[in-house]
Design a protein around this ligand. Structure first.
Ligand SMILES: C[S@@+](CC[C@H](N)C(=O)[O-])C[C@H]1O[C@@H](n2cnc3c(N)ncnc32)[C@H](O)[C@@H]1O
Length: 392
């Protein structure tokens, strides 16, 4: 089984719990690869021809494909298994987290930080788009505190996300940020950020690759949810990494104009509202220094996909408690970025192959090769990361 790197705050699972987690991990990979892998053929060979026969035309958009695919037995089984397995991911980890909670919180409260800092701000109001839903079915989401100084949602995310990824993102579950940090370094070797900020850092697993990638840089990480930054701070200290965590709303950052050379996020925006997306982009522009870089890895836009691909990608919006996902994948991101103040000629977007899984393809893209086709995949499944941004 893929191995998750240990650190002092990772919760201990019992033998039986581990065995259940391993089972869920394999089941999920089976559903994604074997069952999910058959969805396209079912569409092309059965669902689409049947639709054409009854309607006299092909499905015109992802919404018609959605209804047609989920009227088919195969699509129903795939969708049901996806949903059930997602619930099983969290169920397999919760007992270990509940058992660990009191001691874990006590240890984190008493932590003597040697490297970075943690700044909590109780006045930060968790926005409705975070507080109203258990996003991707994670009970309690990122923000819930069941007791004073609770960090257990961070612990749940740490272990649960590893089970969800089936270990495909490496022992620290950081394949994406490691790929993006390396891409920046390799693509723009003269760019030497002195201060960087990650937005929506959760437990900092997407922050540490930037600490490693830019050792001269002071790296800050912000998230609106206190439990995850508490846990992230403890995790970073345990791993000996210098990160400055902040509980902060990315829509209204407490940093002065022009503070950072680099502002980035990893799979954050699809969990924010349409209004918040625009506000956050404006904040990115404001806190960047002239000449600074804003870069975001996110779900690819569905605009250039065929209706089946768009349906497959957008499934989570309907069945995985991702209410903003659909709106996000339909955004005109170039327009949003330029409306936030960035020049149209400063905008870029690129599909970056995963550094660990496809090193040669990664090198080719660093060297200028352009991958045009957006791969149909959800996070955890894809090996090419859709990334965009702009220079200020
Ligand atoms: C999918 S997670 C990000 C995952 C993380 N970057 C990683 O790679 O592990 C989205 C995160 O964004 C945070 N978030 C959502 N809206 C936010 C906002 N307005 N300001 C700051 N953080 C926000 C959530 O609390 C959550 O931790």
């Amino acid at each position: 089984m893929p191995f998750q790197a240990k650190h002092d705050f990772l919760v201990e699972s019992s033998h039986d719990e581990l065995s259940r987690q391993n089972y869920v991990q394999r089941l999920r990979m089976h559903i994604l690869n074997q069952i999910g892998g058959g969805m396209r053929a079912v569409y092309d060979k059965r669902v689409k021809p049947q639709f054409e026969k009854s309607q006299g035309r092909a499905p015109k958009d992802e919404y018609e494909v959605h209804v047609a695919m989920l009227s088919d037995n195969y699509g129903q089984v795939w969708s049901t298994m996806m949903r059930s397995c997602q619930e099983m991911v969290w169920d397999s980890v919760i007992p270990a987290v509940e058992r660990a909670q009191p001691k874990l919180n006590e240890r984190i409260r008493g932590l003597n930080a040697r490297y970075g800092t943690l700044t909590l701000d109780p006045s930060v109001k968790v926005p409705r788009y975070v507080s109203a839903t258990d996003i991707h079915l994670m009970p309690g989401n990122y923000h819930t505190e069941r007791t004073a100084d609770d960090a257990s949602q961070g612990a749940l995310y740490d272990r649960g996300r590893f089970v969800y990824n089936g270990g495909a993102a490496g022992p620290y579950a950081d394949a994406i940020p490691r790929t993006i940090a390396t891409y920046i370094r390799r693509k723009w070797p003269d760019f030497k950020p002195a201060q960087a900020l990650e937005l929506g850092c959760t437990i900092g697993s997407s922050t540490i690759p930037f600490v490693d990638g830019f050792p001269e840089c002071e790296v800050h990480a912000a998230d609106v949810a206190a439990p995850v930054v508490r846990y992230g701070h403890a995790r970073a200290e345990a791993l000996g990494k210098r990160v400055h965590f902040h509980q902060m709303n990315a829509e209204s950052l407490k940093f002065a104009d022009g503070t950072f050379d680099l502002v980035y996020s990893i799979i954050m925006f699809h969990e924010t509202s349409t209004k918040a997306y625009r506000n956050i982009l404006k904040e990115c522009h404001r806190v960047l220094r002239p000449g600074g870089l804003m870069i975001h890895m996110e779900l690819p836009p569905v605009g250039d996909m065929d209706p089946f691909e768009a349906f497959y990608l957008d499934w989570d919006a309907y069945y995985n408690n991702e209410p903003y996902y659909l709106k996000y994948t339909h955004e005109d991101i170039r327009a949003c970025v330029t409306n936030a103040g960035f020049g149209n000629d400063k905008f870029f977007q690129v599909l970056i192959p995963d550094l660990a899984r496809s090193p040669q393809a990664f090198e080719a893209v660093v060297g200028g090769e352009v991958i045009k086709k957006t791969q149909v995949a959800r996070v955890g499944e894809s090996a090419k990361w859709f990334t965009y941004g702009a220079w200020k």
